[in-house]
Ligand binder design. Structure first.
Ligand code: HEC
Ligand code: HEC
Ligand code: HEC
Length: 422
């Protein structure tokens, strides 16, 4: 007891001395190797953060990171993420480096079975073998947890893993990221992070009915898990063209900026991944996204009818203006500016309807620990009223007309939400 106490008290101050003594006792090649190992593990830890491995492989309320068990929603049904701690029986402790590399970059398990693309191997294939083995080196250092993850229960025909060989032929492009020599080093770093470990397209790129990326529409925006992940190309109307690099960096670092706050799945991406990236990496991501060409935006919507705008304006004044301000400008970093928010004008209003019906809590990060919240109005406003107020905010304050939200849209989202747990 006394001994362990002494050690724990003295440990911090003695550690460096101890390291020096141990270091001097070893031959110098070994300590050089140790330093190399340490650098590799640290690189692997950072890559695992940029790839957000913990988000899917950890149950939200679980203390044990990477022990698996979380259900991931896919067009085929729920797929459960396995245990990837170094446990020999229920985790991946017994896997060789080659087997780990094949799983991450080719989507195959040691027994040859195909992984479902709910595991983002179509993006991770952009990493190098050294990157992947650095992640492995890091995963080898985490606490191993015995946790048997129950098998997937997909309906026929999707429960047949070999069907994924066809999927791979259709949608999987194997191959490491190739830098574009005509672009800056910063642009290339951003491209690597976004297209590779960051797997941003997994949510932001529209999907075919089989869940493959519609490559020609990269980052054009898509509905995911009952949210709309908006267009993040440099497009001025639908995308983030009007955001400065500083706006983007603030959003990815803290979860909000002068125009908007992140909710839902993006709040989780920010909390676990982008808020922990270095500033130069966030700047690289901003440089790359801002350079993505927007495709010709959807034709401008026709103006909303007057009676709906009037009804919407009255509800806005009464229920919304206290926080979002009469002119929609909000309060910077606290209440989003509805006038400047680009997601507010997205052609798909799923997220907006959801936020007004259910309310939303934004992100708390180390940089800004209190998360402001938007109250739920689903129990106070009926479908017509929600439709009217959203039509009003989407077509006011000088932006391009963004179309009418109909009561039927609201009813559909309300029913969809009633079926969801999250
Ligand atoms: C978007 C969610 C998601 C992310 C992010 C993710 N995974 Fe996975 N992973 C899954 C799912 C789901 C499966 C199971 C797929 C299946 O059963 O076909 C899986 C399977 C695996 C497997 C195969 C394990 C086995 O026993 O079959 C390994 C290894 C793995 N992931 C490692 C990682 C690593 C390392 C990272 C980060 C670099 C990562 N995953 C990021 C969802 C994810
Ligand atoms: C798990 C799905 C998912 C992943 C992965 C993801 N996003 Fe998002 N993202 C969303 C959703 C959903 C929203 C909308 C959030 C909202 O409206 O509050 C969003 C919003 C955004 C926005 C704000 C756009 C706007 O106009 O308001 C930016 C910028 C963004 N994401 C960038 C990224 C980048 C960069 C990555 C990769 C590092 C990424 N996202 C990965 C789901 C995701
Ligand atoms: C108590 C203050 C408050 C009131 C009242 C309020 N909001 Fe909000 N609203 C917020 C906060 C805070 C957020 C940011 C939440 C987040 O980022 O998760 C938000 C977010 C939003 C968003 C998403 C904006 C974006 O850029 O993604 C919309 C749309 C919205 N509110 C509309 C409304 C409407 C319509 C009303 C009235 C019916 C209303 N709000 C009333 C505080 C409020």
């Amino acid at each position: 007891m006394a001994k362990s106490l002494t050690i724990s008290v003295l440990a911090p101050t003695c550690l460096s001395v101890l390291v020096l003594i141990l270091g001097s006792e070893r031959s110098s090649p070994a300590s050089a190797a140790d330093a190399q190992d340490f650098a590799r593990i640290e690189r692997g830890r950072y890559l695992a953060t940029t790839a957000d491995c913990a988000a899917c492989h950890t149950l939200p309320d679980q203390k044990q990171p990477f022990a698996g068990g979380r259900s991931i929603e896919t067009p085929f049904g729920m797929i459960v993420a396995p245990n990837i701690t170094p446990d020999f029986e229920t985790g991946i402790g017994a896997w060789t480096d080659d087997e780990f590399d094949t799983a991450l970059r080719e989507g195959r398990r040691p027994d040859g079975a195909y992984l479902y693309p709910a595991m983002p191997y179509p993006f991770f294939t952009k990493m190098s073998r050294e990157d992947v083995l650095a992640i492995r080196a890091y995963l080898n250092t985490i606490t191993s947890v015995r946790h048997e993850v129950e098998p997937n229960q997909l309906p026929l025909p999707f429960n047949i893993r070999t069907a994924m060989s066809v999927w791979n032929v259709l949608y999987f492009k194997k191959g490491q990221f190739q830098p574009d020599a005509a672009k800056s080093a910063e642009w290339n770093r951003g491209a690597y992070l976004v297209e590779g470990p960051g797997h941003c397209g997994a949510c932001h790129t529209p999907k075919t009915f089989l869940g493959g990326d519609k490559g020609s529409l990269s980052f054009d925006g898509a509905v995911i898990q009952g949210w709309f992940a908006p267009n993040i190309t440099g497009d001025n109307a639908q995308g983030i063209g009007r955001w400065s690099s500083e706006d983007l960096i603030a959003y990815l670092k803290t979860g909000h900026n002068r125009m908007t706050g992140a909710t839902g799945p993006m709040a989780e991406v920010i909390t676990l991944s982008t808020s922990r990236m270095t500033d130069p990496d966030l700047r690289a991501i901003a440089t790359y996204l801002k350079d993505l060409p927007g495709r010709a935006s959807v034709a401008s919507a026709s103006p909303a009818p007057d009676p709906i705008m009037k009804a919407g304006s009255a509800i806005y004044l009464d229920r919304c203006s206290a926080c979002h301000a009469l002119d929609g400008s909000g309060v910077p970093n606290l209440f989003p500016s509805l006038a400047a928010s680009s997601s507010l004008r997205s052609f798909d209003p799923t997220t907006l309807i959801r936020v007004v019906l259910r309310g939303a809590r934004s992100v708390a990060t180390d940089a800004e620990p209190t998360a402001p919240a938007m109250p739920a109005f689903g129990w106070q406003l009926d479908d017509e009223q929600v439709a009217a107020v959203l039509t009003y905010v989407r077509n006011s304050w000088g932006g391009a007309p963004s179309g009418v939200v109909s009561a039927a849209d609201v009813q559909r989202t309300r029913m969809e939400l009633a079926k969801r747990r999250d």
